[in-house]
Design a protein around this ligand. Structure first.
Ligand code: ASP
Length: 308
């Protein structure tokens, strides 16, 4: 049996110990633990990496603490526009969705696109039509209404600013998962509500294959979180894979170069989670913190928020 391994993130940014109450910190840890255990259970049952990342991301999407699914931020019009992507490292099959409203779990829609569509990325109304044809669950505005996200939006509207989750503490609440299954197959998944008060159907890096999400059995699986405009320009997830494939770097070395050097040089704040087919895991970020968890064996999961 190969080394099964899974990692998840719930966003990166200036997440300072002083800014979180003990209770809030515990809420985040419990949420991360629930999601990683859910994904790990799938791997331990001998199921695929794709199934595992899907299960973990669904858990995070259903938790309003994170900026994805239920907890998605409001756009300029006071609506939710969600983006998600999933990729299988064995087949290089990928599915992604952008700018959807009312879909309960955008990651499940991305996975349906991967499996049943001849395309990779669907957006807006067309993606919702595809979701209806594939019996995905829709939810009302009430389900997606979160008072905290609403206050962020009111503040952003007042300042006429476009903010990443919330700018005052620069926290990016996107969620993601990467996994290596018992056959050494890899998968990556990412889901987000994007930026508070975003306009003009802005789409970030999360649903862009190669930027925010990428998986290839020959190298690694990667899911990113951070300021999407920089992650797209740096083609972050694919760059980690390329450094391994073309330069022979290890997973750890490749993540270090991309996150601590290349991204920093262009001003890109955030981080990523990555796994290779040996079950090595990297949780790399250049911000103050990243909600993250990793689990490789039956022992308790590693769960952390801050840098130290
Ligand atoms: N990367 C996401 C975006 O730019 C934001 C995040 O990671 O929270 O849409």
């Amino acid at each position: 049996m190969n080394n099964i391994a899974i990692a998840i993130h719930g966003g990166a940014g200036t997440i300072l110990r002083s800014a979180l109450t003990i209770e809030k910190e515990q809420d985040y840890k419990t949420a991360l633990e629930g999601a990683i255990e859910e994904g790990y259970k799938v791997l331990a049952a001998g199921k695929s990496a794709v199934e595992a990342v899907k299960a973990a991301v669904v858990c995070l999407e259903n938790n309003p603490l994170f900026n994805a699914g239920k907890g998605s931020v409001f756009n300029h019009k006071g609506k939710h526009e969600m983006d998600a992507a999933i990729m299988c490292g064995q087949t290089l099959g990928a599915g992604a969705v952008a700018g959807v409203n009312h879909i309960k779990n955008p990651i499940l829609l991305a996975n349906k696109i991967r499996r049943y569509s001849e395309h990779v990325l669907l957006t807006g109304e067309g993606a919702e039509e595809f979701a209806r044809e594939h019996d995905l669950l829709f939810e009302s505005d009430t389900y997606f209404f979160d008072p905290f996200r609403y206050q962020q939006w009111v503040a952003a509207q007042h300042d006429n600013s476009v903010t990443l989750d919330h700018t005052e503490d620069r926290k990016f609440g996107t969620v993601g998962a990467v996994a290596c299954d018992t056959n050494g197959n890899l998968a990556a998944a990412t889901s987000t509500g994007g930026m508070t008060n975003k306009k003009f159907n802005r789409i970030g890096d999360s649903p862009i294959i190669g930027a925010g999400t990428y998986a290839n059995n020959a190298t690694c699986a990667v899911s990113c979180t951070g300021h999407g405009e920089y992650f797209m320009r740096a083609v972050v997830a694919y760059d980690v894979s390329c450094l391994m494939e073309y330069k022979g770097l290890s997973l750890q070395q490749a993540c270090e170069v991309v996150v601590q050097d290349k991204l920093v040089k262009i001003g890109g704040e955030g981080g990523l989670i990555a796994v290779d087919s040996y079950g090595n895991i990297e949780l790399a970020f250049n911000s103050e913190g990243m909600y993250r968890a990793a689990k490789k064996g039956p022992e308790a999961a590693f769960i952390a928020i801050y840098k130290d």
